[in-house]
Design a protein around this ligand. Structure first.
Ligand SMILES: [Zn+2]
Length: 192
C-alpha cells in the first residue's frame, strides 16, 4: 500500500444521480492508483475485475454510498475480504488520507505492522495482505529485482552500471506493481 492523491471528482452529476459506478469517475479512481488495487498494489489484468470500493462500507454507512471521498479502487479479493467489515475505533489504513508507511512495513515479500501498529495489524489481518497468491507474486517480483540488482552491480563499465541501477530504482516508482515492497528492498540495500 502506498500513499495516493485523490483527484477532483470529474463527474459529480453521476454521484448526485446515485451512480457510483460511472465510468468517468471510475477511470479517475483507476488513474489515481496507477491501475492498481489501492490496498494490495496488484495490477489489474484481463482476468481480474476491479471494483469501486466503499472505504466505509455502504451497508453500514449508507449516507456515504455516493460520497466521492469514500470511494476507491480495489481488486476483487481485497474487496471480498473487506466486505462489510469496518470498525470506527480501528479504521483500515486509508492510503488517500494518510501515509501507509506510518503503519506498514515490508520485510522481504511479507508485510508487517510498523512499530506494532494496531491498525496496521488489523488491516493486514482482515484484508489478508499476506495471502498465499499475493505473497507468491510479490516473491516473483522480489526475485527478479534481485536478479536486476546482481546484474547491475556486476557490470564493469561504470556508466552502464549506473544506467542499470537507475532501471532498478524505477521498480519502486508508484506506477509499478508492489512498489512499496520494492522500495523497502532497495532501501535495505542502500540503492535508494
Ligand atoms: Zn487488492
Amino acid at each position: 500500500m502506498i500513499a495516493l492523491v485523490r483527484p477532483e471528482c470529474p463527474n459529480p452529476e453521476a454521484l448526485a444521480a446515485e451512480n457510483y459506478k460511472d465510468p468517468i469517475n471510475k477511470a479517475a479512481l483507476q488513474e489515481s492508483t496507477s491501475g492498481k488495487c489501492m490496498y494490495c498494489e496488484s495490477k489489474f489484468e484481463g482476468t481480474s475485475y476491479p471494483h469501486v470500493e466503499h472505504i466505509k462500507p455502504k451497508a453500514t454507512f449508507p449516507e456515504l454510498e455516493f460520497s466521492w471521498d469514500n470511494l476507491g479502487f480495489c481488486c476483487q479479493i481485497c474487496n471480498t475480504n473487506k466486505n462489510n467489515k469496518y470498525d470506527d475505533s480501528m479504521p483500515f489504513i486509508n492510503p488517500y488520507d494518510e501515509n501507509p508507511k506510518e503503519h506498514l512495513v515490508f520485510l522481504g515479500h511479507f508485510l508487517f505492522p510498523k512499530h506494532g501498529s494496531d491498525r496496521g495489524e488489523y488491516t493486514i489481518d482482515k484484508l489478508q495482505l499476506n495471502r498465499a497468491g499475493l505473497v507468491e507474486r510479490r516473491k516473483e517480483k522480489l526475485d527478479s529485482l534481485n536478479i536486476m540488482i546482481k546484474a547491475a552491480f556486476r557490470t564493469a563499465n561504470e556508466s552502464l552500471r549506473n544506467q542499470a541501477i537507475e532501471e532498478v530504482k524505477k521498480e519502486a516508482e508508484k506506477d509499478k506493481e508492489y512498489s512499496a515492497m520494492a522500495e523497502s528492498a532497495l532501501l535495505a540495500q542502500r540503492i535508494l
